[in-house]
Design a protein around this ligand. Structure first.
Ligand code: UD1
Length: 422
């Protein structure tokens, strides 16, 4: 297995291009199942999760081609042959469950494996099921699979989610585009990836309003048609690389970045003493004077501080002046990076969903292990700021969500290389 070797070597300066959003692309791809006509996505990120979604769609009979070095994904679902998302694919990636709503809407049936336990928490699908049942679906759990049917088709309804789940919002919105009548989804998630999905669905002929607010209204239509859509910028990749100059010092411009995608995160960086400014081409982040200050963080649904940046923010707080409290409210077990950071000399105490981090003057390089996608990149950030060498193993986690990480960080002066394993 490959690993990443990072050697801390001071301030970073230059530009980093930000890719299209993994999480947007993973919900835009299943939208192809809603129409017989082709759907083409541009600005797609080159990631193993995208390959997993490609394999899943192909297993359903969709045609999926990767063009222009993977940045364009051309899909067609005119000849689907299966409505079953197999456990072997779903267990690799929870986002596989996003085929449920589209398949049910177009074919009146779908069989989708439950994702099973995952490293960062239980992540059940009850909110997806409740929303689709409100639209008239009958869903039962058999042999680890959700068997969903809507013999007379889905019907619009008013439904309020108990929690603003991102995936459940996406599944319910996609299903409602082809339902009869109007659906009003209350307490919907407001993430930019949902806004991006709705913009794409609208290009396909869907009638939707309210995206980006907590009430989304969908007027069902008989059919959707083809479209071409550009995937929104990845705000998590953006936030991750904003932390590179924050933790190492220097000044880096994140090309394609926009403040609106990372407002609450940027506010925390500002409070910590890191400057963030909009430029013509993106966002410029600079840390020039001494150590950052400790700030407290609570993860929340958008527009709150994203859980997907909590591990990376913890790496920064490990080097801050003072003590910060990081509270994780979205996932129940998302501090697996903490013991790895402690191996690098960090001072962290975890109690339930709260981590208390007291900054140290310098982290020390160490061999560490990636435990999930965002944890893996937090260890790379820590390694960039540490004295000596850090080897991060189990890099396959990183490949799920960060394209060309070595090239992008090398481009701003980091000492980082990928070591090929057996
Ligand atoms: C998406 C993102 C993920 C991000 C998360 C929260 C994708 C592909 N992934 O995941 O990177 O960390 O949003 O911003 O977009 N829950 C239930 N029942 C459900 C569904 C969810 O209890 O039916 C719980 C989960 O266990 C979790 C919380 O709700 O504790 C948030 O989950 P959700 O918003 O659904 O996240 P995902 O869509 O899985």
């Amino acid at each position: 297995m490959d690993s990443i070797l990072v050697t801390g070597n001071g301030p970073l300066n230059g530009q980093i291009p930000i890719a299209g959003a993994k999480n947007a692309c993973l919900t835009l791809m299943p939208a192809t199942l809603l129409s017989e006509e082709p759907l083409t996505l541009t600005n797609a990120p080159r990631l193993s999760d995208i390959k997993t979604m490609t394999a899943l769609l192909q297993s359903l009979g969709a045609e999926v081609s990767s063009l222009q070095d993977g940045q364009v994904i051309a899909m067609s679902s005119h000849n689907l042959t299966s409505q079953t998302a197999d456990y072997d694919i779903v267990r690799k990636m929870r986002a596989s469950n996003l085929v449920l709503g589209p398949l049910l809407a177009r074919f009146g049936q779908a069989v989708v494996s439950l994702p099973g336990g995952c490293a960062i928490g239980a992540r059940p699908m009850d909110l997806h099921v409740e929303g689709l049942e409100a639209l008239g679906a009958e869903i039962e759990l058999k042999d680890g699979y959700l068997h969903a049917r809507a013999p007379g088709g889905l019907k619009g309804a008013v439904h309020e989610m108990r929690f603003a789940s991102v995936g459940a919002t996406e599944n319910i919105v996609m299903a409602a585009t082809l339902a009869k009548g109007t659906t009003v989804l209350k307490n919907a998630a407001r993430e930019p990836e949902i806004v991006d999905l709705v913009e794409c669905l609208r290009k396909m002929g869907a009638q939707i309003s309210g995206e980006g607010s907590s009430t989304i209204e969908i007027q069902g239509v008989d059919r959707l048609h083809g479209a071409t859509h550009q995937v929104v910028t990845d705000r998590i990749e953006l936030g991750t690389y904003m932390l590179a100059p924050a933790i190492c010092g220097g000044e880096v411009e994140l090309l394609g970045g926009r403040m609106a995608l990372v407002e609450s995160f940027a506010a925390k960086l500002d409070a910590a003493g890191v400057s963030v400014a909009e430029t013509q081409n993106g966002l410029k982040v600079a840390r020039k004077n001494g150590r950052v200050q400790a700030v407290d963080v609570v993860t929340e649904p958008f527009p709150g501080f994203p859980t997907d940046l909590q591990a990376q923010m913890m790496a920064l707080m490990c080097t801050a002046e003072g003590t910060s409290v990081l509270e994780e409210r979205i996932f129940e077990n998302r501090f697996m990076h903490a013991p790895e950071l402690v191996r690098m000399g960090a001072n962290i105490e975890v109690h339930g969903g709260t981590a208390t981090v007291t900054g140290v003057e310098a982290l020390k390089g160490a061999p560490v292990m990636a435990t999930d996608l965002r944890a893996s990149v937090s260890l790379i950030l820590a390694g960039l700021a540490a004295e000596g060498e850090t080897t991060v193993s189990r890099v396959y986690h990183l490949d799920r969500g960060y394209e060309h990480v070595v090239r992008k960080l090398e481009g701003v002066g980091a000492k980082i290389e990928r070591i090929k394993g057996e």
